[in-house]
Design a protein around this ligand. Structure first.
Ligand code: NAP
Ligand code: ZN
Ligand code: ZN
Length: 362
């Protein structure tokens, strides 16, 4: 039996339709539910597109052991504003808008006050989470409409197409945030590990910031793509000879890999006191041999998406540099979503699946 999740208030009044799973082993099905009617500070968005992030796959299959069902995944959302509440200032009907991984946070704690809402202890994720009342479930972007607090809605620059911009709302900000934190510029020797959804946009962003970008991949077949995306060098991680050529050369490694892997050989590529930043979230712990730590004295760190202010900054940066994602836009049906999940797990996507939501629920 699917666990039943009910809303805390009776103010829900917009009829919504989406795709949900009832458990880790059941297929997607049509799911009818309700979104709240807009409060004064809410924006209602007609969803046009939603990217498929590898996080959706981890969550649907309960790989992180924290899934709640029924689950409507999706946190790379773009669409058009349909309605706004009376105090909304930045949006009006017809605007291009985006929603990422969060839909609320306490907005009072020190982290919220310094625009780091993503690390707030009370942050509300777009799906597989609850609203601030800790009871009302949140449902994501594999659905036709969403009501979101203005603070958690971003403006999509008009020159970016809504389909190819959708993955910026997670993959874009998750990579942009550490690139900025570690001051990436023309003097930075940067490596991106894993050329998938996060990895490919990280290459574009790093190159636009002027860095010398190396892609480290398991797939020799992605070499030409990496160069077209802006990389200056490409290493196959399983080829020791290729890896040796880059020892002691890197300032910053951003690791986007979604599965368990040995981090020691990556640390060996860092300069003394270089930075290794994990953004991938494999289900098993990362392995790091002690000697890599002793010899390199590296900073080993991680990063979770980014705050709302920084997400808008990233979108404006992409607007200025005309950066969007390389996507495979697909019809949204339970079958096509399953096939896209299977192909993503096999690293067989160039480089992000984006669901055509508008046409699925016409
Ligand atoms: P993705 O599109 O599937 O890309 C992951 C890439 O990792 C693959 O393309 C592949 O690249 C590489 N890879 C896969 N299996 C591997 C293995 N066994 N060994 C070595 N490399 C392997 O996934 P994504 O959407 O970019 O997400 C990547 C990870 O980031 C996921 O775990 C996701 O949950 C996490 N994530 C974290 C945040 C955050 O806030 N920190 C935000 C979003 C997503 P190659 O073919 O080039 O080797
Ligand atoms: Zn994501
Ligand atoms: Zn907070």
């Amino acid at each position: 039996m699917p666990c039943k999740r009910t809303a805390a208030t009776s103010s829900i009044s917009i009829t919504a339709k989406g795709y949900a799973v009832d458990s880790e082993s059941t297929p997607f099905k049509i799911f009818d539910f309700e979104r709240r009617a807009p409060a004064a500070d809410d924006v209602v968005i007609r969803i046009h597109y939603c990217g498929i992030c590898h996080t959706d796959i981890h969550q649907v299959y309960n790989e992180w052991h924290m899934s709640k069902y029924p689950m409507v995944p999706g946190h790379e959302i773009t669409g058009i504003v349909e309605q706004v509440g009376s105090s909304v200032k930045r949006f009006r009907a017809g605007d291009h808008a985006g929603v990422g991984c969060m839909v609320d946070s306490c907005r009072k704690c020190a982290l919220c006050k310094k625009d780091t809402e993503q690390n707030c202890a009370d942050s509300c994720l777009t799906y597989n989470s609850t609203e601030l009342d800790k009871v009302t479930p949140t449902y994501g972007g594999y659905s036709n409409i969403i009501t979101v607090k203005e603070h958690f809605v971003c403006k999509i620059p008009k020159n970016l197409s809504l389909d190819a911009a959708a993955p910026l709302l997670c993959a874009g900000i998750t990579t942009y945030s550490p690139l900025r934190r570690y001051n990436v510029d023309k003097n930075t020797r940067l490596a991106i590990v894993g050329l998938g959804g996060l990895g490919h946009i990280a290459v574009k962003l790093g190159a636009a910031m002027g860095a010398h970008v190396t892609v480290i991949s398991t797939s020799e077949s992605k070499r030409d793509d990496a160069v077209k995306l802006g990389a200056k060098a490409f290493l196959v991680s399983k080829d020791d000879e290729q890896m040796k050529t880059a020892v002691n050369s890197l300032d910053l490694i951003i690791d986007t890999v979604s599965a368990a892997h040995d981090v020691g050989p990556l640390i060996n590529l860092l300069k003394f006191e270089g930075v290794y930043c994990a953004i991938g979230a494999p289900t098993k712990p990362l392995e790091i041999g002690a000697f890599a730590l002793l010899m390199k004295r590296p900073t080993i760190t991680g990063s979770l998406i980014g705050g709302m202010k920084e997400t808008q900054e990233m979108l404006d940066f992409c607007g200025k540099h005309n950066i969007t994602c390389d996507i495979e836009k697909i019809e949204a049906t339970p079958e096509t979503i399953k096939e896209a999940y299977d192909r993503t797990v096999k690293a067989d996507v160039k480089y992000r699946f984006v669901l055509d939501i508008l046409n699925a629920f016409k």
